[in-house]
Write a protein that binds this ligand. Sequence first.
Ligand code: GLA
Length: 734
Amino acid sequence: MKKLLFLLCAVWTASATDAAAQRQLIDIHTDDVSLILRAAPGEEVQLLHFGGRIEDPAPLMAYESYRHPGHNTEDVAYPTFGGRNYHEAALRATHVDGDLNTELKYLSHETQRLADENVTRTTIHTTDAVQAFDVDLVYTAYARENVITTHAEIRNREKGTVILHSFYSSALPLRAEKYLLTHLHGAWTHEAQVEHTLLTHGSKSISSIRGVRTTHAENPSFMLTLGSDRFDEVSGEVVAGTLAWSGNFRLNFELDECQVLNILAGINPEGSEYRLHRGETFTTPEMIYTHSFEGAGGASRNLHDWGRNYGIWNGHTPTPTLLNSWEGAAFRFNARILTDMIDDAAAMGLEMFVLDDGWFGNKYPRNNDKAGLGDWEVNREKLPEGIDYIASYAHDKGLKFGIWIEPEMVNPKSELAEKHPDWIVRTPKREAPLTRNQLLLDLSNPEVQDFVFGVFDRTMQLSEHIDYIKWDANRCANSIGSSYQADDEQAHFWIEYTQGLYKVMERIRAKYPDVLIQACASGGGRVEYGALKYFDEVWTSDNTEALTRARIQYGTSLFYPALVMASHVSVTPNLQTGNVTPLKFRFDIACAGRMGMELQPKHMTEEERAEARRAIEAYKEYRDIVMQGDLYRIGTPYDEDGCYAIAYVAKDKRRAVVFAYSLRYQSRTVPVFRIPGLDPATQYTIREMNIDKPRYWFEGRSFNGELLERAGINPNFSRIYDSAVFLLEAGDGR
Ligand code: GLA
């Protein structure tokens, strides 16, 4: 017996030594970021490093964690439920024979440079120790943007159906002394509020279980400041991540007894059991990571660059300035009201008119939000002239034309609901709860996908002059039930709804690559990179009030570039918050994103129209910097002194635009704004935009970037809502 034991031990030691001998490093990197893995046949893939670039990782081959195998696993690339893992697992499955464990062993890997030379993809093949069950881990590195994205492909080769309980996109272990988590939370008209939390041992998670309109409360994005409890814009080590998925998500941060932070990110496993049939592969959504030693600002700029270059449909084409009819006309309009609005928009220099809700439905006219949703024919009473008349009118005036649809939803009071009750998300025995008097269509059903595509397609046929679609989604999924899904696969709804949406968007983009599409979901309910793969921009929030918008736009800017951030000037007192702010302040906030207006111009005074004209004209002069430049946040709109600014610096550093705000009464304090990101040696001439006459001593003068960064500028703000826009251009002034 002793002999046998000795023999077994010898065999085990020999194979362990064998594996050690075959160990290799997998070096995934961008210009400044490295992700280093270590693998050997028959062993789990270990994740040794994610952070600053390591030019020569070879010495890490001998790395020892000194982790006791009886206490915890090594830091692995994709921890599974089973084996020695004591953390929440990235993957938990019940295999065909009832086995609850999965232990993924390395098989091989390959790295390929994609046609775009900036992008490298590494695929690591793993398989379970005993089951015919494989997982490929796919890492895509974007060199210049310093972004590494990752997803998993889970394949069932067993003799029946495997049940997937959780199937995250990625796992990332990090090691630091402290972890400051920064993430967004909020609600309708209160999106993207920024919260900082110093993580303690145990788990903290950010999630959504709303199916649709998933990002009002939480956003699938985070930043982690490593080794510090201070959120810093300019310095310090930051890891940021954001998930590209328009459905339920969960990001979990588990700080363990070894002081390792284990991050899981992906589809929310809650209620989402997935039956993976024999021969099928499940591909998880993409998790997007970046790392920076230049604080939160550096991390944001990396994500913005990646978004514009890879993550956003048409990430280099800004949406034109526009007038949207919603807050100005709501459901009460006719052709005359709309053409007058178009005239007024043209006179103020706006470039597009968008007809919002209320243009459709005949048996059940859409005169309020109680009826007509789903019946996408032009309302003959309101618009007997048809949409083409309005769109052509806009084009004749030199404006583009856009129109609103909400194709995933239906009012019970509609012909669609009467005709297709089976398309509605609900369970046979329960009443479907209404939100905003409407129900959700079951986009997991291919027939519904055809219908939704058809809504878009037919809307586009209403006129050859449709340039822009505002795609809305005004409720969440709840009390779910699908007449399309099998009884034992009802939980598939969550995933297949989102996949259904993407299938529709693929068809739309194949046919309409150039039409601009806005993702609106009661405002900022669909602000994430899964949607942005198909959409050009988002409706950042239904809150159009400038003071509270400052915070919403600040939070959004942590992860998403200004290019996608639609921001409209509306009336005062504001319809959402009741606040009254000066028109200039409203413009100066809106112009820091994709600027538009959303009011009835008829109600503006002549002076206000002139002011609007001036702001719009100025915006056209610098908006390319807002859309494509590098963002530097100067302070935050949460700061007690109420001084906040944003600088966008053109990539060649020849121009920059600075938006500065006073968000409270300053008394005798004159704020100073130090402007980072400029070239220290270049002379910049400062010109204040959007004003009648010069206001500050530095107007028209030139200063080099070093002085502007170190000494700054001091606009003499005193009152709450004082604001200014400065254009900085290379070249000598006075
Ligand atoms: C949602 C949108 C608004 C507007 C209305 C129309 O609330 O967020 O911008 O389009 O629907 O009903």
